[in-house]
Design a protein around this ligand. Structure first.
Ligand code: SF4
Ligand code: SF4
Length: 196
C-alpha cells in the first residue's frame, strides 16, 4: 500500500512519545551531553590498537604485517615497520597512524587482522578545530588496553582471549616437541669388541 511505511513510522513515533511518560524503555532521547545512553555492545566508530599487559608500546599485538593497510578501502592507515640498528625488520610498528577524517568505519581492518590487534572503538566525541592534523591519530593515541576492549565488547573480547590462549598453548606444545628429541638421551651404540 502506498505510504504504508510512513504510517508505520508515525505509529512508532507516537508509541514512543506517549509511552515515554509511562516507561523509560520508550524514552529514546536524552538531554545530551548531561545525560548519556549506554553504548550497545555492537556499536562501532573508529579503530584502535589493542595491547596486552601494562606497557602500551611493548604489549602491542600488532606485528606490522600491513595487511590492514593494504585492505583498507580508503587507504587511511599508514604503517612504518620498526627496524633494529642493523636494518633488520622487527615485528612491531614504528609508526601506525589512522586518518579519521578519511576512515569510513567499515571494520575491514578488524576483520582481516590475523592477530586480533585492531578493534573498533565506540568513542565518538572527537570534534576538533584542526580538520586535517587533528584527526590524524598516532600510535600512542590508538593504543588501548585489552581491559578497555573488554569494557566495550565483552563477549568478543572473551572469545578472542580464549582463542589466543589456545593458540599460545598449541605453539608452546609444538616448540616443546621440537626441542624434545635433541634433549633426549642418544641411543646407545654397541661397543666394538677389543681385538685379541
Ligand atoms: S593491525 Fe593487524 S593487520 Fe594491521 S599491521 Fe597490525 S597485525 Fe597486521
Ligand atoms: S574501519 Fe575501514 S576505513 Fe577505517 S581504517 Fe579500518 S579498514 Fe580503513
Amino acid at each position: 500500500m502506498l505510504g504504508e511505511g510512513i504510517l508505520k513510522g508515525m505509529v512508532e513515533t507516537a508509541r514512543n512519545f506517549f509511552g515515554s511518560y509511562r516507561s523509560r524503555e520508550r524514552l529514546v532521547t536524552v538531554q545530551y551531553p548531561e545525560e548519556r545512553l549506554p553504548m550497545k555492545e555492537n556499536a562501532r566508530n573508529f579503530p584502535f590498537l589493542v595491547y596486552d599487559g601494562v606497557d602500551a608500546e611493548k604489549g602491542l599485538r600488532c606485528v606490522a604485517c600491513k595487511i590492514c593497510e593494504k585492505e583498507c578501502p580508503p587507504q587511511c592507515i599508514y604503517i612504518i615497520l620498526e627496524r633494529d640498528e642493523k636494518g633488520k625488520p622487527q615485528k612491531h610498528p614504528k609508526v601506525f597512524d589512522i586518518d579519521l577524517s578519511v576512515c569510513m568505519s567499515c571494520q575491514i581492518c578488524v576483520e582481516v587482522c590475523p592477530f586480533d590487534a585492531i578493534k573498533m572503538d565506540t568513542e565518538f566525541e572527537l570534534s576538533c578545530a584542526d580538520r586535517f592534523g587533528g584527526l590524524l591519530v598516532h600510535k600512542p593515541q590508538l593504543a588501548k588496553s585489552n581491559e578497555y576492549y573488554h569494557q566495550l565488547h565483552p563477549a568478543d573480547a572473551e572469545e578472542v582471549d580464549a582463542r589466543l590462549a589456545a593458540e599460545k598453548a598449541k605453539a608452546e606444545a609444538k616448540a616443546k616437541a621440537a626441542v624434545a628429541p635433541s634433549t633426549a638421551k642418544p641411543p646407545s651404540v654397541p661397543r666394538p669388541t677389543p681385538a685379541k
